[in-house]
Design a binder for this molecule. Structure first.
Ligand SMILES: [Zn+2]
Length: 197
C-alpha cells in the first residue's frame, strides 16, 4: 500500500503540536471508528473554524469577530492586562478561571514567532492600550525561559515610564518551561505570586 489516506490522516495529526506519532495513530483510529455522520461534522467544524478565525484587533487573541469574546465581555476587569506569548497560554490561564482581566497576546495566531525574540516584539499596540485605557496593572506572563525573561525585561522598560504597576508572574512553573504546557495549579500559583518589577 502506498501513501494512502490512512497514512495521510495519521501524518496530519502527527504534525499538530504535542501530539506525536503514537497519539496521532490513536486519534486517526478514533476518527475511523466514528459514525460517518460524526466524522463529517468534525470535518465541517474544522473547515468552519479555520475559515472564520482571525486575530482580535485589540488583544491579538483568536476571534470570530473584530474583537474577541474576552475584550467584548463587559464583566472583565479592564484595569488589568496580562501579557502572554500566544493564544495557547491565554486559554490555559482562562481554564484556571482565576483571572478576570484582559490580555495582550504577543505572538498572534497568524504570525507565530518560533521563539520570543524581544527585537521582533512591537510594543506600540500594548503601550497605546495602556495610554488610552484605565489600565492600572500590566502582568507580564511570558514563560520563564531565556527569551521569555528577555521579553519581560524589555516590556518592563517600555511600560514603567507610563506610571502603571508592572508585575511579573512568580516561578510556580519550572524555569525553562513553556507556560502553554504548565499545569493548572502551577499557573494559579504563578499568577497569585506575581511581584512588582
Ligand atoms: Zn481581544
Amino acid at each position: 500500500m502506498g501513501k494512502g489516506v490512512y497514512e495521510r490522516l495519521i501524518g496530519e495529526f502527527a504534525r499538530l503540536p504535542g501530539v506525536g506519532h503514537k497519539n496521532a495513530q490513536r486519534i486517526a483510529f478514533a476518527v475511523l471508528r466514528m459514525e460517518p455522520e460524526r466524522a463529517r461534522k468534525l470535518g465541517e467544524t474544522l473547515i468552519e473554524a479555520r475559515a472564520g478565525a482571525r486575530a482580535c484587533a485589540r488583544c491579538g487573541n483568536l476571534a470570530s469577530a473584530e474583537a474577541c469574546e474576552i475584550c467584548n465581555n463587559p464583566r472583565r476587569d479592564t484595569t488589568r492586562i496580562m501579557v502572554v506569548e500566544d493564544p495557547g497560554t491565554l486559554y490555559q490561564i482562562e481554564h484556571t478561571g482565576t483571572y478576570r482581566g484582559l490580555y495582550h497576546v504577543l505572538s498572534e495566531v497568524f504570525s507565530p514567532l518560533e521563539v520570543m525574540d524581544p527585537s521582533t516584539i512591537r510594543p506600540e499596540k500594548l503601550v497605546a492600550r495602556v495610554r488610552d485605557g484605565e489600565v492600572k496593572e500590566v502582568i507580564l506572563a511570558t514563560s520563564p525561559t531565556v527569551e521569555g525573561e528577555a521579553t519581560a525585561l524589555y516590556l518592563t522598560r517600555e511600560l514603567k515610564p507610563l506610571g502603571i504597576q508592572v508585575t511579573r508572574i512568580a516561578y510556580g512553573v519550572p524555569v525553562g518551561m513553556d507556560l502553554e504546557y504548565a499545569d493548572e495549579v502551577s499557573l494559579i500559583k504563578s499568577i497569585e505570586g506575581r511581584h512588582a518589577v
